[in-house]
Design a protein around this ligand. Structure first.
Ligand code: CA
Length: 427
């Protein structure tokens, strides 16, 4: 069920969340949930005590079929976890550039380990591919990104984490729903209470599924009667395959590829993620695949243009399978990392060209200033919150057009300086 949120500007999303709290928080449903944290809902005026809150939750859980015994066992001696709350509330000042994120995502260690595991689990992966029609390389890439191939599955008690977030965190309804789902999983007997461990945000096992995702998509592939995404790599890989299949994965199709854009007169606003066109239409605009073999056999898909670091960096045409990966984790940097890692696992890694590494990332404070200036100048970027989402990018594009700049919607230091200049010149 991963909630769909607008595509956040990837580098920011990644750095705010994935890396601050460790690899295991980059996970299905976690990213949407965590992204939404920034859209803060007000804290309740009167804070219930934990005991009062627990009593109300117990009633709700029992109404939904949880037994009193299971509830008491799961909540025995349980108190809110201050580390979870701190992780929930952290707002790092600096974001990490997308190229640094990709360097660590598609590291030589991860590629080598992934290749070894592709070989080691070839038989299982082939059986999974036959049943779910999802390519082994993308499954192993997801496995590597979510939990370093099962090495980092988190060590937090999921019930405690979710109870903390539901009690004190922002967006408590979401967490409460996940908590009830987690209780159902325990009651269904797939995992013991002390085995249900995960990230601080309740993402579980080698696939880092949230409890609601688990209930909907997890698979018992090794046939022991339990859907064990913690201890069974076969179950985890099949669960990821089931998720991607139901998110529209097209077997043996590409996720996208790097392209070169015309050097003159190209409308960078076409890379806003809204413009879907056939591959031929993109080619007609002068967009050229970096490797001519990439465009072969792609006839029925529509593609969108993606500039991960603005017009100065590499450009990608994205196909349907990229959108399936985004349903796993709604971060464009994450999906790009999965795509590039999957390619690398097949021995086909193409280092993206021309990252604008001279371009310093804006700090959170600067992003807020950028949004404030855009608003002042009549380009609606929404409430200044330091998160560069769809509205902010659209506002940047509007400003860039009035200045005769490439309208890529990418907020960097040069754009911030232009905004400052224009705002200062205003009467
Ligand atoms: Ca199993």
């Amino acid at each position: 069920m991963p909630a769909r949120l607008p595509l956040f500007f990837a580098a920011i999303c990644i750095s705010l969340f994935t890396y601050q709290a460790g690899a295991s928080t980059s996970s299905p449903v976690v990213t949407p949930a965590i992204s939404a944290i920034t859209q803060t809902s007000p804290a309740p005026l009167t804070q219930q005590s934990f005991a009062q809150w627990r009593a109300a939750l117990r009633m709700e859980a029992l109404n939904q079929g949880i037994t009193p015994l299971l509830f008491e066992q799961a909540f025995a001696g349980l108190s809110p976890d201050p580390q979870v709350l701190a992780a929930d509330q952290s707002q790092p000042e600096f974001s990490r550039p997308v190229w640094e994120y990709l360097d660590s995502a598609v590291s030589s260690w991860r590629v080598a380990r992934g290749k070894a595991l592709l070989a080691e689990h070839a038989k299982t992966l082939q059986a999974i591919e036959e049943r779910f029609q999802v390519d082994p390389s993308v499954l192993v890439a997801v496995w590597g990104m979510e939990s370093s191939f099962g090495r980092q599955i988190g060590s937090k008690n999921v019930i405690r984490s979710l109870a903390t977030l539901a009690y004190e965190g922002r967006r408590s309804d979401f967490w409460r729903g996940q908590l009830i789902a987690a209780l159902h999983i325990l009651q269904e007997g797939d995992i013991a209470i002390n085995g249900m461990i995960g990230s601080w945000a309740g993402a579980m096992g080698q696939t880092q599924f949230m409890p609601s995702t688990y209930r909907q998509y997890a698979i018992d592939f090794d046939g022991d009667g339990r859907r064990d995404i913690w201890g069974s790599s076969a179950d985890a890989l099949a669960s990821a395959a089931n998720y991607l299949r139901l998110s529209g994965w097209q077997h043996q199709q590409s996720w996208g590829f790097e392209v070169q854009l015309p050097t003159r007169g190209f409308d960078y606003a076409l890379a806003d993620g809204e413009h879907s066109m056939s591959l031929q239409q993109w080619l007609d605009l002068g967009v050229i695949p970096r490797d001519s073999s990439d465009a072969r056999n792609i006839t029925q898909d529509v593609a969108t243009l993606f500039l991960p670091s603005g017009h100065q960096g590499p450009a990608y045409l994205l196909l349907n399978n990229f959108r399936s990966i985004l349903k796993y984790n709604n971060s464009t940097s994450y999906a790009l990392a999965i795509g590039l890692l999957a390619n690398a696992l097949q021995g086909d890694y193409r280092v993206p060209s021309n990252w604008p590494k001279h371009d310093r990332m804006l700090s959170r404070q600067e992003r807020i200033e950028l949004q404030t200036l855009l608003n002042q100048l009549g380009f609606d970027s929404g409430k200044p919150d330091g998160i560069i989402g769809v509205n902010s990018r659209q506002a940047v594009r509007g400003f860039q057009k009035t200045q005769g700049l490439p309208a890529d919607g990418y907020p960097n230091e040069a754009i911030l300086n232009s905004l400052r200049r224009v705002a200062a010149q205003r009467p």
